[in-house]
Design a protein around this ligand. Sequence first.
Ligand code: 5GP
Ligand code: MG
Ligand code: MG
Length: 175
Amino acid sequence: MIKIKDKEFVPFITEAELASRISALGKQISEEFKDDQPILIGVLNGAFMFLSDLAKVIDIPVEVSFVKMSSYAGTSSTGQVKELMGLGIDIKDRKVIVVEDIIDTGLSMAHLLDSLEGLEPAQIAVVTLLYKPEALKHDVKMDYVGFEIPNKFVVGYGLDYDGIGRNLSAIYQLK
Ligand code: 5GP
Ligand code: MG
Ligand code: MG
């Protein structure tokens, strides 16, 4: 059990389970993009750890970049999405793979995909470590999903509770 501020969290997905699933995702992506030198675009802050581990098990050369857009405060979505920030590279006619920590309502991803499509990439694929099917409200594409999980708040492995816990090497669920 882990305590963060006022909340208690219990172990949910272990480091070994993460490593094994991410390794499988990496193999699949390496195979499907082997001739493309795609761009991995990590969504900060939540995807920093997932992108780092995923990039290491992708055995083809790729470009890596990050964007930022936050929509969450505490344990429930504010429903407000901010602008896309920080891409800093030209993705026109390139194949991009968006790397996200979690798709909850899908609002952040819907907004991000809209913004990226305007930049005319050749293809956009989406890989999300976690997906909460019961929470989804926006129709977003997901090409690779690490784990489908119940509609409960989770922390660790990049995900925070009120700013804390992103460093935890496993994923914990609200008790
Ligand atoms: P969405 O726009 O899909 O509702 O939410 C996406 C963002 O909300 C995620 O990228 C993540 O930052 C945050 N989020 C959604 N569900 C959770 C959760 O269970 N735990 C944490 N820590 N953040 C979440
Ligand atoms: Mg995220
Ligand atoms: Mg957060």
